[in-house]
Design a protein around this ligand. Structure first.
Ligand SMILES: [Zn+2]
Length: 463
C-alpha cells in the first residue's frame, strides 16, 4: 500500500470503464459504480478536484472478451428489432436512471465510443508507425512481443499462467496467439462499421478505452477503475497499447472492484438471468438500502448480496432516517458545526483515508447517530452537522430524511395553526406574513393546495 498522490497537486483525473449498453446493467455492475462514486466523493471530501470520465461502449465488442464470439450490440439489436444506436441510447438512459436512484454522481465527461472512432484510428496509426502493431488480412493487431511485460503489470499472481489460461482465438492472421485486435475488418452483416485506412471495419474494445481516456485526461493520468474481470485482458491491453504509443506511464493507480455475489455465487450477465435494480425495488427495498449495503462491504472484499443482507440494510436505513428526522425536529432544523474537528469526524476521515474503508466509516456514522438520539439539542445539532457532512461521501440523502419528518414541534404547530386561522378568516396579509415567519424561523415551507395546506421542511438559511 502506498499513499495516493495525484500527478497535479489538488486535482485528480479518473477514468472508469463504462458499460456495454446492449442490455440492462445488473446490480453487480451498479455496485462497482457505487464503489467508484464513493471513491470520487472521498477525494472531493478531502478537497481534491476530480475530473471523472466514464465511457459508454456502444460499439459491439465480442461476448467472451477474447476477440472471438458474437457482437454484443448485434445481439441486443436483433433481440429488439432496432438499430444498435437505438439500443445503446435506450440502455444508456436506463443505466443513468439507475445510477441516479443510487445517488451516483454524474461524471463530468461521458464519451461514447461511436463518437471517437477518429481518435481510435489515430492511435492505431501511431502504433503501426512505431512497429507495435501490424496490418493483417482481417484487421490490425497489437504485437505483444514488442511490449516487454505484456499481461504482467497489474497482478503479480502467476501472470504466465493467466495469459496461457485465457482463451485466445485461433487465428492464422496473428503472428502470436496473444496478439489482440485493434481494428477488425467488417464482416458481411456487421451492423456497425466505419471507414479506416485498413478498410471498413470496427475498433477493438481495448483501444476504445485508451483513446477516450487519454483524450480527456492526458497521456498519463491518476486513476483508472474497472471490475476485477477487467484486469486481464482489458486493462493489460490498455496499458500495452497506450504506453507503446506514448512512451509514457499510462495510469498511476488502478482500482479493481471485486464481483458482487448473489447468495455466494458470481452473477454474470453473459449467463442470462441476473438481478436489476428494478427487481430490488419490486421486492420493496429502497435503492439507497442497496447503496448502504454496498457501503457496508469493503471494495476489496466484494459484496455478498442476500435478502437477509438487504433486510438488514433496509432496517438500518429506516432507523437512520427516523433518528435524523426526530433530531431535526427537536433542533427545529438547526445544525451546528462543532468547534474544532470532532473526534467522530476524525474517525470518519481516518477510515476513508485508510484505502476507503467504508465499513469503518459507517461505524463512525453510527456514533454520530447515537449522539443525535440523545435528548440534548446542542449535541443533536452537532451530530446532525456531522451526519450531513459525512453524507457528502455516503450519499444516502440524509438531509431529505431530516426534511421529511412528519411531525411539527409544539411551537411550530402553534404558528402553523395561527396561520391556518388567518387564512380561513380571509386575512391574507396576516396569513402571508405568518407563512414567511414559518419559513424564516423554522425552515418550514407552507403550500396551499386544493387538498388543504401542506408543509415541508426545507431548512433555514445557513442551517
Ligand atoms: Zn475499458
Amino acid at each position: 500500500m502506498r499513499p495516493f498522490e495525484p500527478l497535479e497537486r489538488g486535482r485528480v483525473g479518473m477514468y472508469n470503464c463504462g458499460p456495454t449498453v446492449y442490455d440492462r446493467q445488473h446490480i453487480g455492475n451498479l455496485y462497482s459504480y457505487v464503489v467508484v462514486d464513493v471513491l470520487r466523493r472521498t477525494l472531493e471530501y478531502f478537497d481534491l478536484g476530480v475530473k471523472q470520465v466514464m465511457n459508454i461502449t456502444d460499439v459491439g465488442h465480442i461476448v467472451d472478451d477474447a476477440d472471438a464470439g458474437v457482437d454484443k450490440m448485434a445481439i441486443g439489436a436483433e433481440r429488439a428489432g432496432k438499430t444498435p444506436l437505438q439500443i445503446a441510447d435506450a440502455y444508456t438512459r436506463l443505466f443513468m436512471a439507475d445510477r441516479h436512484r443510487l445517488n451516483i454522481l454524474d461524471p463530468q465527461v461521458v464519451p461514447k465510443a461511436t463518437d471517437h472512432i477518429p481518435e481510435m484510428i489515430a492511435l492505431i496509426e501511431r502504433l503501426i508507425a512505431k512497429g507495435n502493431a501490424y496490418v493483417a488480412a482481417d484487421g490490425v493487431y497489437f504485437d505483444v512481443t514488442t511490449f516487454p511485460g505484456y499481461g504482467t503489470r497489474l497482478n503479480a499472481e502467476a501472470p504466465d499462467q493467466r495469459i496461457a489460461g485465457a482463451r485466445v482465438e485461433v487465428n492464422e492472421n496473428k503472428r502470436h496467439p496473444n496478439d489482440f485486435a485493434l481494428w477488425r475488418r467488417a464482416k458481411a452483416g456487421d451492423l456497425q462499421q466505419w471507414d479506416s485506412p485498413w478498410g471498413r471495419g470496427n475498433p477493438g474494445w481495448h483501444i476504445e478505452c485508451s483513446a477516450m481516456s487519454m483524450k480527456y485526461l492526458g497521456e498519463t493520468f491518476d486513476l483508472h477503475s474497472g471490475g476485477e474481470d477487467h484486469l486481464f485482458p482489458h486493462h493489460e491491453c490498455e496499458i500495452a497499447q497506450s504506453e507503446a504509443a506514448t512512451g509514457k506511464p499510462f495510469v498511476r493507480y488502478w482500482v479493481h472492484v471485486r464481483f458482487l455475489r448473489v447468495d455466494s455465487e458470481k452473477m454474470a450477465k453473459s449467463k442470462g438471468g441476473f438481478l436489476t435494480l428494478d427487481d430490488v425495488v419490486a421486492w420493496g427495498y429502497d435503492p439507497l438500502a442497496f447503496r448502504l449495503l454496498a457501503l457496508g462491504a469493503g471494495y476489496r472484499t466484494g459484496l455478498d448480496f442476500t435478502r437477509e443482507g438487504m433486510n438488514a440494510a433496509q432496517s438500518r436505513l429506516e432507523r437512520w432516517r427516523r433518528t435524523i428526522g426526530a433530531a431535526y425536529a427537536a433542533t427545529k432544523g438547526r445544525v451546528a458545526e462543532p468547534e474544532g474537528e470532532h473526534a467522530i469526524t476524525s474517525e470518519f476521515r481516518a477510515a476513508l483515508a485508510d484505502d476507503v474503508n467504508t465499513p469503518k466509516a459507517l461505524a463512525a456514522a453510527e456514533k454520530a447517530l447515537a449522539l443525535a438520539a440523545i435528548s440534548d439539542t446542542d449535541e443533536q445539532e452537532r451530530a446532525l452537522w456531522m451526519l450531513f457532512d459525512m453524507d457528502r461521501v455516503l450519499g444516502l440523502s440524509l438531509r431529505d430524511a431530516a426534511a421529511t419528518t412528519d411531525e411539527l414541534a409544539a411551537d411550530e404547530r402553534a404558528l402553523f395553526d395561527q396561520r391556518e386561522g388567518a387564512r380561513r378568516s380571509g386575512d391574507y396579509a396576516k396569513s402571508d406574513e405568518l407563512r414567511k415567519e414559518l419559513l424564516e424561523r423554522y425552515g418550514i415551507q407552507v403550500k396551499d393546495t386544493k387538498d388543504g395546506t401542506r408543509w415541508e421542511r426545507v431548512g433555514r438559511k445557513g442551517a
